[in-house]
Write a protein that binds this ligand. Structure first.
Ligand code: ATP
Length: 139
């Protein structure tokens, strides 16, 4: 058994009075998810916040700043015949720049999704759970 720790962002922006959230389709498992990735996978001693900002930028092309830490989610999966338990630290984040056209290969598509369509677009129950917490904080 192995434990993994990732960090990511629920990134929002406001346009013409509507709120949009940054979602992507994972190139590997094809699920619709929030951007995230392993903490410290580029740099030893990397913090959660730093990893979340970096992963959002790499996977979506969007620059964002952290507003609030959300309750971490956990899930199990099997890789190389080994059970893995992943904890993901998501942060509510506000977009401040960048461009979704500049996302890397880890997402096959990246979309600003209307707030009302996020729940139905997300693939995994644990992501829907943290989304419920985040949406209450958005006005
Ligand atoms: P990371 O983005 O943390 O570097 P990764 O892209 O390598 O990770 P995951 O997105 O964690 O990998 O996917 C690993 C496995 O877990 C896949 O089989 C995927 O379908 C599943 N998975 C991904 N997110 C969730 C979730 N929120 N709940 C349950 N299973 C998930």
């Amino acid at each position: 058994m192995r434990f993994e720790f990732s960090a990511g962002g629920i990134v929002h922006k406001k346009e013409a009075g509507s709120i949009y959230i940054l979602l992507g389709q994972h190139s590997g498992h094809k699920g619709w998810v929030f951007p995230k990735g392993l903490i410290g996978d580029h740099k030893k001693g990397e913090g959660k916040e730093e990893a979340a900002i970096r992963e959002v930028k790499e996977e979506t092309g969007v620059e964002a700043k952290i507003e609030k830490a959300l309750t971490p989610i956990t899930y199990w999966y099997v890789w190389d015949e080994e059970k893995r338990r992943k904890t993901v630290y998501y942060f509510l984040m506000k977009a401040v720049g960048g461009d979704v056209k500049k996302h890397d290969w880890e997402m096959s598509q990246v979309k600003w999704t209307e707030k009302e369509k996020v729940e139905q677009t997300l693939t995994y129950p644990s992501d829907k759970k943290v989304w419920k917490e985040a949406r209450k904080l958005l006005k």
